[in-house]
Design a protein around this ligand. Sequence first.
Ligand SMILES: Nc1ncnc2c1ncn2[C@@H]1O[C@H](COP(=O)(O)OP(=O)(O)OP(=O)(O)O)[C@@H](O)[C@H]1O
Ligand SMILES: [Mg+2]
Length: 371
Amino acid sequence: MPLDRLVFKGLRNLQALDISPGPRINLITGANGSGKTSLLEGIHVLGMGRSFRARRLAQVIAHGAGDITLHGRLEGDPPVAIGVRRQREDSDLTLRIGGEKVDRVARLVETLPLQLINPDAFRLLEGPPAGRREFLDWGVFHVKHDFIDVWRRFRRALKHRNALLRHGRMENASLDVWEHELAQWGEQLDAMRDAWVTAFRPVFQDTLDGLLPLPGLRIRYSRGWDRQRPLAEVLHSARGTDSQMGFTQQGPQRADVGIRLDRYPAVDVLSRGQQKLVVSALKLAQGRLLEQMTGQTCLYLIDDLPAELDQHHRAVFCQWLERMQCQAFITSVDHEVLADLWQPDTPVAMFHVKHTDAGSGQLQAIDRQTS
Ligand SMILES: Nc1ncnc2c1ncn2[C@@H]1O[C@H](COP(=O)(O)OP(=O)(O)OP(=O)(O)O)[C@@H](O)[C@H]1O
Ligand SMILES: [Mg+2]
């Protein structure tokens, strides 16, 4: 379901914003520093409860404002209102869905599945495994209803086992108990991730073929411990070294998704533009698989789409977005580079962010014909 209304207050320089986005492609243009990324950031906070560029949400609150309130309306019959509020002095978030207060961010994530593609996208290839695990778990979370429960039980058991290891309680019967829990939920977590990667792989290959054919590119899931041995056995035999280290060294908390081109890590051989396309293919494939498995569409936030891409690859990227019939918010400094890349029957809404003398940004809708 697309967002058909956004009302934001106290978001960085976009002090008060009220727009009606289009159901499909939304192009946001404006000069440097006008507030384009901030708009995407607001939508990201609305769907994920956190920013993609600020570690603390307080940084996102407009200078001088006491709080930030973000409201979105998902089109439908009836429409669904979602809201996030954060006061400067209180780190708790207030979340609302359909007028009801909810206490878990997971509910927002479930209601508004979104993917971000920005100039930092290559970090998914280059950065630590945590980012790739998050990518993997996003996919599993949206298609497996019991994932979140299994994940929470696993995290709880891991926390307890690590606490016992740190305090040197090797003989403690509690270690047996938590190890049993950890192995049970850890094996389930791995089975879900493994099944998801198996379903994801062909969708990713197909998406990549359309975007940037790289026949030798493969994704490989590694579960975080020896493929041949049950987790219970691995944990039991690692008690000694784990207690020296003070934490559990093997298990699903060490899982990763390796992306290689032939024999080399993709990040070592691909150019920046190629890396952006591979990451885009991963993220577009996430949305395609989500739709195949649940019927739900994914919202895309694409910051500075033209960056690193030549005109041909910008065009094929846009064709994928059109084909997927998803809602997308796409920013660019230049209006011209993106305006002509769409089929005449694709609904394209355009917005321009104007930087005022007072330092605030204002969003204006532009009529497609007159632009
Ligand atoms: N908490 C805040 N309160 C008020 N203004 C802020 C705050 N944080 C950042 N700004 C300002 O908000 C503006 C928005 O920046 P943003 O990154 O959204 O711009 P942009 O349009 O994406 O620019 P670029 O094209 O360079 O990527 C900047 O001018 C910045 O100085
Ligand atoms: Mg920006």
